[in-house]
Design a protein around this ligand. Sequence first.
Ligand code: NAP
Length: 345
Amino acid sequence: MRILVLGGTWFVGRTLVEAITDAGHRVTLFNRGRTAARLPDEAEAVHGDRESVEDLRRLANLGPWDAVIDVAGVVPAAVRDAAKVLAPVTGRYVFVSTVSVYRDWPREAVAEESPLHQGDPDTRPPAWKWGTGVYGPLKAGAEIAVHRELGDERTTILRPGVILGPYEYSGRLTWWLTRAARGGRILAPGEPDRFIRPIDARDLAAFTLHLIVSGVSGAFNVAGPAGRDTFGAMLDACLAATGATGAAVWVDDDWLTANGVKQWTELPLWRTATGTWAIDTTRAEAEGLICRPIRATVRDTWAWMHSGDIPVEHERQATHGIAPDREAALLTAWDLAGHEPAGNA
Ligand SMILES: NC(=O)c1ccc[n+]([C@@H]2O[C@H](COP(=O)([O-])OP(=O)(O)OC[C@H]3O[C@@H](n4cnc5c(N)ncnc54)[C@H](OP(=O)(O)O)[C@@H]3O)[C@@H](O)[C@H]2O)c1
């Protein structure tokens, strides 16, 4: 097959490009060429700005493709323009969306039929930033735009929860690995046996390619399996991968919250809202989604962090992790409140 990836050099896109070439398909990447990622030799790179309809038309002249994957589109009008220009030169259009499109996530459990944020397919906010609450509504608008330009039969939407793995630039697992490597007493949130369900970008990529090759339309939630991986297993895997001699000190959710620790960011992957990991993935699993265990993701991410590859710099990195002195002060306060000073890992 011949597949066009809009983006393709940071994280999910880069993983997709590798999956496509590994499977023997041909891939074209379209991006501005600002990121010096090591890419497979077979990948054909085309440079341009996706905000420019002129650049998109130039790209369309290089078609046709069996499928286009818009990996990182967020602004609905920009996603719309790409879908409109590329619709005549592609069989299928795949849009990488997010579980954040659900109106009630993370407060409630979500399935593909759950209500979405109200999205406007034609909006183009002049500037938007992470953490401002507009990401979900923008992605919802972008989904509508793709459906409108391509029609339901040629549209495939992926709605992942948290994505981890080599090339991650958000700073979630990479932060926990760095923290584990530092050793000592590690502030660990809640209970070690709390289930978490991140998806490895490589499993997301394999599933995406499978949907393209099989010609499957529709929307799919994508997350790790329910009831398998735990926060404790993730942290143990971080300590094992880094060879550090640290010990997790599991601190009560309510105590952390009362002490102002920010969920999801200061302690990445920690969130107590009921629906956080309650993502119905029955549809994707029935279609063939397979997810590797968290320890494999942790091990390979650590190996990548020491491979000499340069991670993409991104504003999101700065939003993740707790400062060492704040962590130490919280642990002391926890001890003084009458808890086990030696850690309970
Ligand atoms: N991380 C998570 O936990 C998570 C969870 C759920 C969903 N998601 C979704 O997963 C996707 C992650 O995507 P990614 O960032 O890893 O994708 P990616 O395709 O690996 O990287 C983004 C690409 O976009 C290109 N780009 C940026 N601005 C551009 C422009 N104006 N014109 C042309 N190209 C441009 C970048 O290259 P240049 O800079 O060189 O142009 C880069 O190649 C996103 O859709 C995100 O919403 C993520």
